[in-house]
Write a protein that binds this ligand. Structure first.
Ligand code: PEP
Ligand code: MN
Length: 335
């Protein structure tokens, strides 16, 4: 249930409403909006009687929420959530680009890639230090040493860094180094990890599970938000289908569908969807045309020598070319 307060209600009146809700044994979560505050009622078992709250001072209306997710839903919050990281804002109609290698491999590698993607207009750098690999024999990432190299990238280029956290055990370590923590596809329903991310002060990129429905994905985001972290960026990265011509199938239609259901920003990762670099460029262009809130793209200075995902990593020159196309497309579609 959502309690919508009158415009410009004082802090004291909002607090009084929160206290009244909590006295009935519910959790009250104020949600600031453009010109008014709403209060979400959480942890109710069964329906809540609207009559209890309609008479409270400052209450404009009481709306029952029909979705299984609450905090992430548009019913709870109409305005888009905007998440600022460095120079980038996700969710304000702009199209920030996150770029970098699949995995952090060496200082020379990350600095070379970071400089070229920054020059081309990327606003954040990506690179995995803890890599979730299908095979236990594949390169697993440099771990803490990789995080340190990401810190070097930030110092040298000023770019904020996004990196994956794979488990609760390493969460504190990763959040010490990362500006944005990423929860990968394989962990989308790792509920203890989601709860830990909810306690973090870092924004979270939450990738869609390999075969997750939009509803399952939003429920995963709800876990994070329920713990108090509102800064969640959804990332569509392709889902598993029957096709063999690409690694996964980029579900472009989930972008408008998600925008209808949630106020959270949604970006697209064409690299993991495509699996091969020649498809990454058109899919990146499509993502810009679609009105997504940004993109995450893999770039490598020597893709043929990459320790992971070389086949889908763009050469720096290709990245420059795709940035030009993306900017031109975004300029047309931007509202
Ligand atoms: C990644 O971004 O490095 C990654 C492993 O992606 P995903 O979780 O989408 O497979
Ligand atoms: Mn990768």
């Amino acid at each position: 249930m959502l309690i919508v307060m009158e415009k410009n209600t004082s802090k004291d009146t909002i607090q009084a409403a929160v206290t009244a809700i909590e006295k009935r044994g519910y959790t009250a979560r104020p949600i600031p909006g453009g010109d008014r505050v709403s209060i979400g009622i959480l942890h109710n078992k069964g329906s809540v009687d609207a009559a209890h709250f309609l008479g409270l001072e400052g209450v404009k209306e009481v709306i029952s929420v029909t979705k299984p997710y609450k905090l992430v839903s548009r019913e709870f919050k109409q305005e888009n959530t905007r998440i600022k990281v460095g120079d980038a804002v996700f969710g304000d109609g702009s199209f920030p680009v996150i770029a970098g290698p699949c995995a952090v491999e060496s200082e020379t590698q990350v600095l070379s890639i970071a400089k070229s993607v920054k020059d081309a207009g990327a606003k954040l750098f990506r690179g995995g230090a803890f890599k979730p690999r299908t095979s236990p024999y594949s390169f697993q990432g440099l771990g803490k040493q990789g995080l340190k190299l990401l810190a070097t990238v930030r110092e040298e280029t000023g770019l904020p860094v996004v990196t994956e956290v794979m488990d609760v055990e390493n969460f504190s370590l990763v959040e010490d180094y990362a500006d944005v923590v990423q929860i990968g596809t394989r962990n989308m329903q790792n509920f203890s990890l989601l709860r830990r991310a909810g306690k973090s002060s870092r924004p979270v990129v939450l990738k869609r599970g390999l075969s997750a429905t939009l509803q399952e994905w939003l429920m995963a985001a709800e876990y994070i938000m329920e713990e108090g972290n509102n800064n969640i960026i959804l990332c569509e990265r392709g889902v598993r289908t029957f096709v063999r011509h690409s690694r996964n199938t980029l579900d472009l239609s989930v972008v408008p569908a998600a925008k209808k259901e949630t106020h959270l920003p949604i970006i697209v990762d064409p690299s993991h969807a495509a699996g091969v670099r020649n498809q990454v460029i058109p899919l990146a262009c499509a993502s810009a045309a679609l009105g997504a809130d940004g993109i995450m793209i893999e770039v490598h200075n020597h893709p043929e020598e990459a320790l992971s995902d070389g086949a889908q990593s763009l050469y720096p020159d290709q990245f420059i070319a795709v940035m030009k196309k993306i900017n031109a497309i975004h300029a047309i579609v931007r509202e």
